[in-house]
Write a protein that binds this ligand. Structure first.
Ligand code: PEP
Ligand code: MN
Length: 338
C-alpha cells in the first residue's frame, strides 16, 4: 500500500508511522517527490489491516498498490527517479549518458586507450567486464580482480566512472570497491539471491532484461533490488530472443516507453547485445534515443578483430565518434542532450 503524507507532516509523525509499520513486520520505504512524500509499505499487508493508518497524524490517504511490483511502480513514485553515477552523471533526467567501452577488460592498455577515445567522443561512463558470464566454460571468463584494477587505472586516467558486471553474490563486495554501477547481466536477471544481495548494498544497479523475460518479470526483478532498500536501479533493454536469426537478438524498443509508463526508474538501451552486429548498433542507438531512452550502453574495442569477446558487435573508436555525432542531433530533436 501507499501512504500519502500531508505536506505539513512533521518528522516525528513520519517516524511514528514508519515505526508502526516495522512493528508489524513490514518494511516502510519513504519517497520524497516534487509534490508529495509517500511511504510504500512492503510485505504481508494482512498484519497491518487492523491498524487505522488513515487517521494517523500526518497521513492524507492510504491506497493499495495494484501492480504486483510495488516500489518500482509509478503508483509508488510519480516523479522520474534520477540515478546519480559517480560524481554526478545523472541518469533519468534531460541528459542521455552514453556508457561505452569493451565487452571485456583484456589489458591495461586496451581499456585505458578505449576509455580515452570514448571520453573524447562524449561518453560519460566507462563499461567493461571483468567477470564475464560466458555460454561456454571454455571461453574467456574475464580477468576478475585484475580486470577491476585495470578499470580503476582507466578511471584515474580519464575521470570516467565505471560500470561493470557482477555475476555472483560472493563477488559483490569486491566489485563494489571498484564499480560506480553494478551491472546484473541478462543471464542473471532472475537470479533472485543475487538481486536480493545487490539490493542490500548502496551502489546503483543496472539490471539487464533477461533474454526471454517479459516486461512484468523484468519489473519484478527490479522490485527484489528495491525491496532491499536500494532504490538506485536502472533498467536496460538489451534485446530478447525471437525466431529471427540474422541478428543476435531482437531489440524490443517498445519496452522503453512502456516501462517508463509503468515505472519511475530510468530505462537505457544496449544496442550492441540487442543486435550482435556492429553495423546495426548506430541505427538502433538513434532509434532508442528517439523512443525516449535515458541512456545507452555500447561496446567499443580498439581492434574488434582481435577482441576476446563480442568483437562482431563492437564499434571501433572512429565509428563510435561518428555515431555520437549523429546521436546529438536526435537528442536535440527530442529536447535532450547526450
Ligand atoms: C554485457 O553487457 O557485457 C553482457 C554480458 O550483456 P548481456 O548480459 O546483456 O548479455
Ligand atoms: Mn558483450
Amino acid at each position: 500500500m501507499i501512504i500519502v503524507l500531508k505536506p505539513e507532516a512533521t518528522q516525528a509523525e513520519v517516524d511514528h508511522i514508519m515505526e508502526k509499520i516495522r512493528e508489524r513486520g513490514l518494511s516502510p520505504h519513504l519517497s520524497t517527490g516534487q509534490e508529495r512524500r509517500v511511504i510504500g509499505v512492503i510485505g504481508d499487508e494482512r498484519t497491518i489491516q487492523n491498524v487505522p493508518l488513515a487517521i494517523f497524524p500526518g497521513v492524507e490517504s492510504v491506497t493499495p498498490i495494484l501492480a504486483p511490483y510495488k516500489l518500482v511502480s509509478r503508483e509508488f513514485r510519480k516523479d522520474n527517479t534520477i540515478v546519480t553515477v559517480g560524481d554526478g552523471v545523472a541518469i533519468g533526467g534531460r541528459l542521455i549518458p552514453v556508457m561505452a567501452g569493451p565487452c571485456a577488460v583484456e589489458t591495461k592498455m586496451q581499456v585505458t586507450s578505449v576509455a580515452q577515445a570514448v571520453k573524447k567522443s562524449g561518453a560519460r561512463v566507462l563499461r567493461g567486464g571483468a567477470f564475464k558470464p560466458r555460454t561456454s566454460p571454455y571461453a574467456f571468463q574475464g580477468l576478475a580482480e585484475e580486470g577491476l584494477q585495470f578499470l580503476a587505472e582507466a578511471k584515474k586516467a580519464t575521470g570516467l566512472p565505471i560500470i561493470t558486471e557482477v555475476v555472483d553474490s560472493r563477488d559483490i563486495d569486491l566489485v563494489a570497491q571498484y564499480a560506480d554501477v553494478l551491472q546484473i547481466g541478462a543471464r542473471n536477471m532472475q537470479n533472485f539471491r543475487l538481486l536480493t544481495d545487490v539490493g542490500k548494498q548502496r551502489k546503483p544497479v543496472l539490471l539487464k532484461r533477461g533474454m526471454s523475460a517479459t516486461i512484468k518479470e523484468f519489473l519484478l526483478s527490479a522490485e527484489y533490488i528495491m525491496a532491499g532498500g536500494n532504490h538506485q536501479v536502472i533498467f536496460c533493454e538489451r534485446g530478447i530472443r525471437t525466431f529471427e536469426q540474422l541478428a543476435r537478438n531482437t531489440l524490443d524498443l517498445s519496452a522503453v516507453p512502456l516501462i517508463q509508463k509503468l515505472s519511475h526508474l530510468p530505462v537505457v538501451v544496449d544496442p550492441s547485445h540487442a543486435t550482435g552486429r556492429w553495423d546495426l548498433v548506430a541505427p538502433m542507438a538513434r532509434a532508442a534515443i528517439a523512443a525516449g531512452a535515458d541512456g545507452l550502453l555500447v561496446e567499443v574495442h580498439g581492434n574488434p578483430e582481435e577482441a576476446l569477446c563480442d568483437g562482431e558487435e563492437s564499434l571501433t573508436p572512429p565509428k563510435f565518434a561518428e555515431m555520437m555525432d549523429s546521436l546529438r542531433k536526435i537528442a536535440q530533436a527530442v529536447g535532450r542532450e547526450i
